[in-house]
Write a protein of this length. Structure first.
Lengths: 113, 114
């Protein structure tokens, strides 16, 4: 199995501010993904974090709102920019190893006031 | 593109009775299918997965699911519900390639009545 650390685990933020969520894995992974789970909803894929190039965003998500970095094979960040209450969600990092095994982080619970 | 449809948003059963959570999938390729469980304020836990081996897949906590290609279904079952099974259950599909992301169904909330 893998150890995936997401920080912060939870935060309360003010409208208009930005927050960066970190995802650290204890070994190199092939793919990293970021998901959002709004209150009472299922998980929706935000983007695929590509190492060494720009992230690939799903329909409805844009880089200006959710900039993503992936500087190496074990780390990625997701920033939620210019936050509004509608951004209150759990944000989850997901990783895929070369074996095809997939794991989720514990999630970052964000509340925007 | 792949997708899954969970046919029930909420299922309620009595403790000790069978559980059936229904899921239909759509995929252009031979899919990998998963069931995840999420307890309140907890992270996701993998219950079981199907990756083109045996069509009847056994998971943790007594759950199992059967892949039926002719019906494009992957229903989750358990012979006898326990109070601790009350949670949100997600049927999930992943396309071919192994490096593709998961696509989640909308979830089924399972309630267990004493």
């Amino acid at each position: 199995s893998a150890v995936i650390s997401q920080k912060p685990s939870r935060d309360i933020c003010q409208r208009g501010t930005s927050l960066t969520i970190q995802c650290q894995v204890d070994s190199q992974v092939t793919m990293m993904f970021w998901y959002r789970q709004q209150p009472g909803q299922s998980l929706t894929l935000i983007a695929t974090a590509n190492q060494g190039s720009e992230a690939t965003y799903e329909s409805g998500f844009v880089i200006d709102k959710f900039p993503i970095s992936r500087p190496n094979l074990t780390f990625s960040t997701l920033t939620v920019s210019n936050m509004s209450p509608e951004d209150s969600s759990i944000y989850l990092c997901s990783v895929v190893f070369s074996t095809g095994e997939l794991f989720f982080g514990e999630g970052s619970r964000l509340t925007v006031l | 593109a792949q997708s899954v449809t969970q046919l029930d948003s909420h299922v309620s059963v009595s403790e000790g009775t069978p559980v059936l959570l229904r899921c239909n999938y759509s995929s252009s390729y031979s899919p990998s299918l998963f069931w995840y469980v999420q307890h309140p304020n907890k992270g996701l836990q993998l219950l079981l997965k199907y990756t083109s081996a045996a069509t009847l897949v056994k998971g943790i906590n007594g759950f199992e699911a059967e892949f039926k290609k002719s019906e494009t279904s992957f229903h989750l079952t358990k012979p006898s519900a326990h109070m601790s099974d009350a949670a949100e259950y997600f049927c999930v599909v992943r396309g071919a390639g192994g490096n593709t992301p998961l696509v989640f169904g909308k979830g089924t909330r399972l309630s267990v009545i004493a």
